[in-house]
Every structure is written in structure tokens, then in C-alpha cells.
Design a protein around this ligand. Structure first.
Ligand SMILES: CC(C)(COP(=O)(O)OP(=O)(O)OC[C@H]1O[C@@H](n2cnc3c(N)ncnc32)[C@H](O)[C@@H]1OP(=O)(O)O)[C@@H](O)C(=O)NCCC(=O)NCCS
Length: 177
């Protein structure tokens, strides 16, 4: 797993040492308007990051790839996460502190991660599961080229009734999905 640079930010592989700064970044209630909740403590976050640092599920079937998003001035803005399933499909998720919204950072960071997943992890299918009401995330995904997954495909990801599964298939130059 490597660092990735974009014109707006640098994506650094997440390690437990990021927990101190990320606790502040993620303690922003605006992030959780539609889902999830802030980390309960810095210690809790450090423990979680230690687990994520293994970069794979206990049975080795899934790759857990997490990057923190660092801005040019040096501060952290959030993270992008990808779970690469045994099938090669990647589930993506992301959170940025609201001070940094609507500046193109989320789009830039997620685009870079999708490209990394395509080129280094052979992912051809990208999936995001989110609350239907989460209009910001929905708009970001649509802007990146995601669309609602067909019902049968969506069901594989076990969405709750208030969730939507968004999908993007990348075609190879040969035209195969
Ligand atoms: C979703 C999120 C990462 C977007 O990050 P961002 O840096 O603000 O997104 P960008 O500025 O790169 O926006 C890219 C595109 O997404 C869409 N978009 C993003 N926020 C939007 C909003 N509030 N309203 C409408 N469209 C929006 C737009 O198409 C935008 O392109 P544009 O600015 O050229 O119109 C951010 O809102 C966030 O962290 N939300 C809380 C956490 C969350 O909900 N995570 C997703 C859980 S699945």
C-alpha cells in the first residue's frame, strides 16, 4: 500500500499514530448527520487503527485499505477507506471534517483511491452503501460516475431499508467489465 498525491491532497496509508489528530478531525458532529457516530475516545480510535493497520481481515480474504487525507498545509482532513473483497469488488467509504467540504477535496481523494484500486488491486467494480438521505455523499458518487445498483446486485450487500447501493463498473480497454 502506498501514498498517493493529488493536486489537492496527499493520501497516506493509515497507521495507529494518526489516531491523535484524527480524533479531532472525526469529532465533528456534522459528519454524522445521516449515519455513524464520532469515535468515543482517542484510545478507542487508536485501537481501531491498530486493527486496520493489519490491512486485511482475520481470514485474509479481504484487503482493508485506509488512507488519511493530508492537506498541503500539513493538517489532516479525513480519510478514504476501501475494502477489497475476495471477488475483487471494492467497497468504498470516506469522511471529511466539514471545514473542508465543497472544496473538491473529497472528489479528488476518492478519485485517486479508485484509480489506485483499479491499477494496483485489479478492481473493476466499485460499490458504496450509504443512507438514501445522505445527499452530499450521493452527489459525490454520482459526480464520480456511480449509479444505483440493479436490485439483485444491490441485495448482495445487504442494505438496510433506508440505504442505497451505488455501483460503478470500470471497463477495460478490451471492453470486458
Ligand atoms: C461526502 C463528502 C466526502 C464530500 O466531500 P467534499 O470534499 O465536500 O466533496 P467535493 O467538494 O469534492 O465535491 C465533489 C462533488 O460532489 C457533489 N457534492 C458534494 N457535496 C455536495 C453538496 N453538499 N450538495 C450537492 N452536491 C455535492 C458535487 O457534485 C461536487 O462537485 P461540484 O463541487 O463541482 O459541484 C463530505 O460531504 C463528507 O465527508 N460528508 C460526511 C461523511 C459522509 O457522509 N460520508 C459518506 C458516508 S457513505
Amino acid at each position: 500500500m502506498r501514498s498517493i498525491s493529488t493536486s489537492l491532497c496527499t493520501l497516506e496509508p493509515l497507521v495507529a499514530e494518526h489516531a491523535h489528530e484524527m480524533f479531532r478531525v472525526l469529532s465533528d458532529p456534522a459528519i454524522y448527520e445521516f449515519e455513524n457516530e464520532p469515535p468515543v475516545s482517542e484510545e478507542w480510535l487508536a485501537n481501531r487503527y491498530r486493527l486496520l493497520e493489519t490491512r486485511e481481515s482475520r481470514d485474509g480474504a479481504e484487503r482493508w485499505l485506509n488512507w488519511v487525507v493530508r492537506l498541503p498545509a500539513g493538517e489532516l482532513a479525513g480519510y478514504v477507506q476501501a475494502t477489497v473483497l475476495a471477488s475483487g469488488t471494492s467497497l468504498v467509504a470516506y469522511e471529511l471534517n466539514s471545514r473542508h467540504w465543497r472544496q473538491g477535496i473529497g472528489g479528488s481523494a476518492v478519485t485517486a483511491v479508485l484509480e489506485e484500486l483499479r491499477s494496483s488491486y485489479a478492481t473493476r467494480t466499485f460499490v458504496a452503501v450509504l443512507k438514501a438521505a445522505n445527499y452530499r455523499s450521493m452527489a459525490l458518487l454520482r459526480a464520480l460516475g456511480f449509479s444505483p445498483a440493479p436490485q439483485l446486485q444491490a441485495a448482495e450487500f445487504g442494505p438496510d431499508a433506508d440505504e442505497r447501493v451505488m455501483l460503478m463498473e470500470v471497463r477495460t480497454s478490451e471492453g470486458a467489465a
